[in-house]
Unconditional design. Structure first.
Length: 886
């Protein structure tokens, strides 16, 4: 909501009509009061209130409690007051999730956080606390010796960090560079000295606020650089070298009304601004980078949308990162807002956070090569572009995660299992490598751009031999047993929203939730491979108004490695493979009015990534849960295998046709597959895993307690084979339903319980190739018209009990393997043809059973006989129901 004046926000309360996700209010003139409580409280997961020219007074409740990612922002030009009754709730309710974020900013006034007011940012059970960020102008001459805060008595519950940003504005700047310049050309030394001078007053300021001894409270110097035209970063800024008086970093804000050109890198978290810089220590600077800035907006991220050129690009308000330049930091956050586009110069133009070095894991042997980094406490990255977000990843040889995410494990050297990051090799647009959430929002397209929220993992997997020397100089060998200790650091959520299309990109969520929403289509960028989803212990929820094309869903530790990490001939353990999909890892894709395609271009993908291509089919393995929905189009699935999971499932829905390639679900024992405790190498068993272990049934029924059938539904169209001799093999009850035909497929199914019914039902014809079903229960094949058993040769339909199929077409599927966990009794087979549209049961009831029905036509002219018929029918229904219900 954007209004001229709105003195009382309570009057606009819209809880009753369901605005519970987000509410944003911009009030351009006058003061704003927020005083609603209870049912009148301002309530949503994401709330912001901005008073561009006035003050904000909160005396009521703001409730942003949510499972995760709560956010509350109050932004006042003048005073911002939390009265004694004020209450802000931004806590998380989901176990393991960190608390929310609260921002309270004043541009020209005073912060007054009165005694009795409360802010709650408690995390979910076992989760970290959230963050509170306060922002107010510095006071005093020069660099300042105080901050405009009259009271800081609010009870802040659950925060892992409360930051008070005391900012100073440098205006009229057009270039920032090195040296001690001032005025239009502002030097880095000038900024560093200003920050140092202010922070020399830290102890006095903190004491005056009553926060001495509070380890969660941080006073930090904010530096805001403003330009009324273009603003250019003309040289690299190594903020790690800036003054850290009081062990506190600063917060840098760059705001340009026109373009913001980053011809130099902004770097913290590393000792230098070069890619070869070593990881640093301590907390890091945060950045706000704004192009097309709206100086009438009280929000530091406020922008004015740019006009568009003929090609759809923005005319002004663009943020451009030049070739080979970076925006990176450690624990700090990166926020980017543009009225125009965000544009990357080349593949080496990158944005990332790394956090700091994670604690040591006892008894773990780190890799001796590969510059391993294990990172934690990384900052968030947020991009809000009114225009497009345009990457510059190469059309061929683009990175697919493993060029910068290295791993090892097992092998001849019994190397401890691990994966780690290589920031120096990162060329994949944007990442949080040590933890941190990612949010990308574009009003237009997101093209040729990637985003990764990675983890690092360490496992004390193997016994070690330690050699020491006794007093006589003799070597003494001691076996140190593996403890099984492990540590996984990092992870975060990824949220990607495009007002129009998403054109190619690699999106990786290692440990968290990923969401992608496109107002148009998700499709390949011309001349390159399309969109790839990667995950480990995570989930993807992908939605688009139009077509969705996903080239692959991958697990980085199961996909071929970069030859920089290890060649395919390596047998030491550096060339390793292990499954890190969690049992609950899942991908859901849904198109409102277009088609959905998954895995149709895997051959192109494996040939253009630059990874070791010796096991090209390693990209064909997806998590155990896949759901595809094309609500007004077709669904097409290429060659893909779902990794085993006890509650794993495959659901494919389409309004029109469903095309299937070699689609398989494994029911192997997940613990017997290569995992972090038992990795394999290229020559140590990976090929054997693909062709053997994944086809071997678990000794107990993996889906024995799984009551949900797999569903393949083509509402008004066909279910068909989209490749020659395609085989669909699913080791659980499955229902194939087509409005027209089911054709061309070989189908292998497995019922796990006597009550299971697998269904193959076509509104018109069933003319599949071979069908086999293992286990008990029933296989029901129904055709509205013809059931063709000679397509194109004689079709076989068999039930095998627990013995396995002898049909050679199923030789490379689970169906060829005996499953002793099943009973020897085979499923019954029922074939039905000529069913038409099925029995008109409701119409029969309406005419012949209900007392209001017309009854038999032969009784239409005989009221007495019709009454007798109705009486007899009613009695029969009563008797039937008594027998059923007692």
């Amino acid at each position: 909501m954007d209004v001229g004046a709105l003195s009382d926000l309570t009057a606009t309360n819209q809880n009753a009509v369901g605005f519970s996700e987000s509410r944003h209010y911009r009030v351009r003139t006058g003061d704003v009061s927020v005083n609603g409580v209870g049912e009148q409280a301002l309530t949503a997961r994401d709330i912001s209130v901005a008073a561009d020219a006035g003050s904000i007074t909160l005396s009521g409740d703001i409730i942003a409690t949510a499972p995760k990612n709560s956010r509350v922002g109050l932004y006042a030009n003048q005073n911002l007051t939390l009265e004694s009754t004020a209450n802000i709730q931004a806590n998380s309710t989901k176990a393991g999730e960190e608390g929310g974020k609260v921002e309270l900013f004043t541009q020209e006034g005073v912060l007054a956080l009165q005694n009795g007011s409360t802010i709650n940012v408690v995390g979910g059970a076992g989760g970290a606390g959230g963050d509170v960020h306060l922002r107010a102008p510095r006071t005093g001459a020069g660099a300042g010796d105080g901050v405009a805060v009259s009271a800081l008595a609010t009870a802040i519950n659950g925060a892992k960090s409360t930051v008070l940003e005391a900012f100073k504005i440098f205006s009229g700047v057009t270039t920032v560079t090195t040296g001690a310049g001032s005025g239009a050309t502002l030097g880095f030394t000038t900024v560093a000295n200003d920050v140092g001078s202010f922070m020399a007053n830290k102890d006095n300021i903190v004491a005056s606020l009553g926060k001495s001894g509070d380890s969660t409270f941080h006073l930090r110097a904010g530096t805001e650089i403003q330009s009324n035209s273009n603003l250019t970063v003309g040289s690299d800024w190594n903020l790690y070298s800036a003054s850290r008086v009081g062990d506190e970093p600063g917060i840098l804000t760059l705001r340009a009304t026109d373009n913001l050109n980053l011809n130099g890198s902004l770097s913290d978290g590393f000792t230098t601004a070069l890619t070869t810089g070593q990881i640093g220590t301590g907390d890091s600077w945060s950045y706000r980078l704004v192009a097309g800035a709206d100086f009438t907006s009280v929000s530091p991220l406020g922008t004015i949308a740019s006009a568009k050129a003929i090609d759809g690009s923005a005319v002004t308000g663009n943020l451009v990162i030049a070739n080979n330049k970076m925006v990176r930091t450690g624990t700090g956050d990166i926020e980017i807002a543009t009225g125009g586009d965000v544009r990357m110069g080349n593949a080496s133009s990158t944005i990332y956070t790394v956090g700091t070095q994670a604690p040591v894991l006892d008894n773990f042997d780190a890799p001796i090569a590969g510059n391993p980094l294990y990172l934690t406490q990384g900052g968030d990255i947020r991009i809000l572009a009114a225009g497009n977000i345009v990457g510059a990843e190469p059309l061929n040889g683009r990175q697919l995660i493993n060029q910068w995410l290295f791993r090892q494990g097992g092998g001849n050297n019994n190397l401890d299992t691990t994966w780690w990051v290589r920031p120096d090799l990162f060329r994949q647009s944007l990442a949080t490598m040590g933890g941190g959430d990612i949010e990308l929002r574009a009003g237009g397209d997101i093209s040729n751009f990637s985003a990764s929220a990675a983890t690092t993992g360490r496992f004390d997997t193997f016994d070690k031999t330690e050699t020491t020397f006794d007093a006589e100089g003799n070597s003494v060998s001691t076996i140190v047993r593996a403890t099984g200790a492990q540590r996984i650091d990092g992870g975060g959520d990824v949220n990607v929203v495009a007002g129009n299309n998403i054109n190619s990109g690699v999106y990786f969520v290692a440990k968290g939730d990923g969401k992608i929403n496109a107002g148009g289509a998700i499709k390949p960028q011309e001349g390159t491979f399309g969109t790839v989803l990667a995950l480990q212990d995570g989930n993807w929820d992908v939605n688009a108004a139009d077509n969705i094309t996903i080239d692959a869903v991958i697990n980085p530790t199961w996909v071929s490695q970069s030859t920089t990490n290890a060649t395919f001939l390596d047998s030491t353990g550096r060339n390793s493979y292990f499954n890190t999909f969690s049992p609950t890892a899942s991908v859901t894709m849904a198109s409102a009015k277009g088609d959905v395609a998954l895995g149709l271009q895997s051959a192109v993908l494996t040939s253009t990534t630059g990874l070791d291509n010796s096991i090209s089919n390693s990209i064909l393995y997806a998590p155990g849960n896949i759901t595809i929905a094309a609500y007004d189009g077709d669904a097409n699935v290429g060659d893909i295998t779902l990794m085993p999971a006890r509650t794993g499932n495959l659901n494919v829905f389409a309004a029109n046709d469903v095309g299937l390639g070699n689609v398989a679900m494994s029911d192997a024992d997940p613990l017997l597959l290569p995992n972090v405790n038992a990795p394999v190498s290229r020559f140590g068993g990976f090929t054997n895993v693909v062709f053997n272990q994944l086809l071997t049934h678990s000794q107990d029924l993996l889906h024995g307690n799984d009551m949900q059938p797999a569903l393949i539904v083509a509402k008004d169209g066909d279910v068909f084979a989209n490749s020659t001799n395609a085989i669909v093999s699913i080791p659980k009850a499955t229902k194939f339903v087509a409005g027209r035909d089911i054709t061309g497929l070989n189908i292998a199914l497995q019922n796990n319980r006597a009550t299971d019914i697998s269904l193959i039902k076509a509104g018109r014809d069933v003319n599949t190739q071979n069908i086999t079903v293992a286990g008990p229960g029933e296989l029901l094949v129904q055709a509205g018209r013809n059931l063709d058993l000679i397509y194109p040769n004689v079709t076989t339909i068999t039930t095998t009990g627990n013995s396995g199929s002898t049909n050679p077409i199923f030789g490379n599927t689970f169906a060829s393997r005996a499953n002793t966990a099943l009973t020897s009794e085979g499923a019954s087979i029922t074939l039905q043809a000529g069913l038409g549209q099925g029995a008109a049961v409701q119409a029969f009831i309406n005419q012949y059973v209900l007392p209001s029905g017309a009854g038999p036509a032969t009784l239409a002219d005989d009221a007495e006989r019709l009454a007798a018929y109705r009486k007899t029918t009613a009695q029969s229904v009563t008797d039937f129901m008594r027998k059923r219900t007692g």
